[in-house]
Design a protein around this ligand. Sequence first.
Ligand code: RVP
Length: 505
Amino acid sequence: MAYYYDEPSRTFNEYLLVPGHTPATCIPASVSLKTPLVKYRKGEEECPLSLNIPMVSAIMAAVSDDNMAVALATEGGLSFIYGNQTIEQEAAMVKRVKDYKAGFVESDANLSPDMTLNEVVALKEATDHSTMPVTDDGTAHGKLLGVVTERDYRLSRMSGDEKVSEFMTPREKLIVAPADTSLKVANDIIWDHKLNSLPLVNDDDTLAYMVFRKDYDSHKSNPNEMLDAHKRYMVGAGINSRDYAERVPALVEAGADVLCIDSSEGYSDWQKMTIEWVREHYGDSVKIGAGNVVDGEGFRFLAEAGADFVKIGIGGGSICITRETKGIGRGQATATIEVAKARDEYFKETGIYVPICSDGGIVYDHHISLALAMGADFVMLGRYFARFDESPSAKVMVNGTYMKEYWGEGSARARNWGRYDLGGKKSLSFEEGVDSYVPYAGPLKDNIAVTLLKIKSTMCNCGALTIPEFQDKAKLTVISSTSIVEGGAHDVLLKDKAPYASNMR
Ligand code: RVP
């Protein structure tokens, strides 16, 4: 006979946190959001890989490319580069993140000596850069001949036909530094000589990077950056349970810090085989997450198979229609609570703590706090990140409002049938996701700052300074449908049509 669960399966919207005592020492500025990403022997050793904030970006073509990965790692989170592209393309994205040097800019506004002032002005307008290196071939890595800044020309006194070579500051008058100069030393040179920029050159005097004063300032103001032992940004990458024997080596070679099997439903032999292959070839040196599951059984299966972390969630994603098409899934809150219990039991039995990630269905910022309180170590978000400048999707105007495109990996647009692996050859498939718009929300940095402040404030209301303390102290209550209405602005006429939570909608 079929098994019936006693409890209905609930969503985040059906829960609230009841505040606990807040000591005077418990203020948002003192809260740490550091959280484990991969399994470890808790109490006996340090987690080998932790996140500085409990947020990762979804393994989706509309969300996680190298650009997003750099922006999110800067803030302390991690992106998983999408796997629905060729192995070479995915490895190249990972490599670009690992090669990215914060504060070291490969100039994208370069001049050649025979360009005219008019062309310089046009390039300045197109790129918004006022400092441009001049190289013999006009590329970012040609032989350095000079630099043009706004101080080198006066439009009112010049015709526009003058050649760059006539008004640039020539190489012999420039202060430059060798290509292997550290960012700290480059910054000292900038300050000592009151410069706005410093070209770094190779031994043959070709241009390597430009360092700008303003970039160093912004780099310094990111204390949460996710950096590896070589001070490179950290990045994850999605894999599938089909071509792992070719994809994994390429991603590891490119420098991926952690992998994750991307699948709609992870309680399967296909995932076990994928993890076993990685263990056989790399031992524990390659970290690999698995999922998605929605109950304790699924968690235990993947933990025993050797997963470094386990993702939770089926059908809760904003663009996901798996529950409608296949009738499988579970409310995200119930799934998170149950998997967290299984994680704790597994830890008691084995001494191994396998972090869990609540993936999909985060609509409001406070849903992140709820997921953490329910036991998630971190959350994965798609829609949230898709709205930002840094996501790879197009920004378009729809009915007078800027939107970003956002589509599911199981949509006809993505055709990522690999994440719905049920073995055998896949010739025929059906959609489990949709193509959509989400409201454009600006730069990641600004949005994430507000989100993190809300999470920290909630934690302080519950008297917690760390995520484990929050999970320990949290008191969660199921709310009735009428109290959901009571929880929003009600019985007033809003002056501002945009709801107060508009940054999430
Ligand atoms: P959301 O943050 O609610 O937009 O959900 C993102 C999650 O949705 C992803 O991390 C993934 O687990 C799931 N997803 C991605 N594509 C699809 C689909 O097409 N059904 N679902």
